[in-house]
Design a protein. Structure first.
Length: 146
C-alpha cells in the first residue's frame, strides 16, 4: 500500500508560483505577512532504538547553502537552492523544479540529545542524526530499620 500525501492546495500553489514568477514579485504573502520560504523539501523521520534520523531531499542544494540549527528544542533546516540562469538558446519550455529559500522546523522530544546532533549531505540527501539520551532508570531505595 502506498501512502500519498493529500495536498488540496498544491495546484493553487503551483499556479501562484507561476504568477509570482511572471509578475516578478519576489515575496509571496499570506494574510498580509511575507512568506518564510519559497518551497519545502520532503523529509523522512525515523526513530531507532538509540537515535532519531531525519532525511531531507535537497537535490541541487550545495552543502554550504544549508543551515541546520537547534534552539530551544526546535531543529531548523534552512537554506537556498539557486535557480539556473538559462540562455535564450537552451530551448527550455517549462520549469518545474522549485528554487529559492526553504525552511523546515521540527520540535524534538526531551529524550533528544541536542549537544550530539550530526548532519551530513550525500548525493542531495541531508541526513541529520539525533542521538537519544540514556533513559534514567528508577533507583530502588532500601528502607532500613531504625
Amino acid at each position: 500500500m502506498n501512502l500519498v500525501r493529500f495536498e488540496p492546495w498544491s495546484l493553487v500553489d503551483l499556479v501562484q508560483r507561476d504568477i509570482d514568477r511572471l509578475s516578478a514579485r519576489p515575496q509571496r504573502q499570506f494574510n498580509g505577512e511575507k512568506a518564510v520560504a519559497d518551497w519545502a523539501p520532503a523529509v523522512d523521520i525515523i526513530e531507532d532504538k538509540d537515535r532519531f534520523v531525519l532525511r531531507a531531499d535537497l537535490p541541487g542544494v550545495d552543502r554550504d547553502d544549508i543551515d541546520v540549527s537547534m534552539d530551544d528544542g526546535v531543529l531548523t533546516i534552512a537554506g537556498e537552492r539557486r535557480a539556473e540562469e538559462p540562455s535564450e538558446f537552451d530551448g527550455i519550455k517549462r520549469y518545474e523544479r522549485a528554487s529559492g529559500r526553504f525552511q523546515r522546523r521540527f520540535t524534538l522530544p526531551e529524550s533528544a540529545d541536542a549537544e550530539a546532533i550530526k548532519a551530513r549531505s550525500v548525493n542531495g540527501i541531508l541526513e541529520i542524526s539525533i542521538p537519544k539520551r540514556p533513559e534514567v532508570q528508577a533507583r530502588r531505595i532500601t528502607v532500613e530499620a531504625a
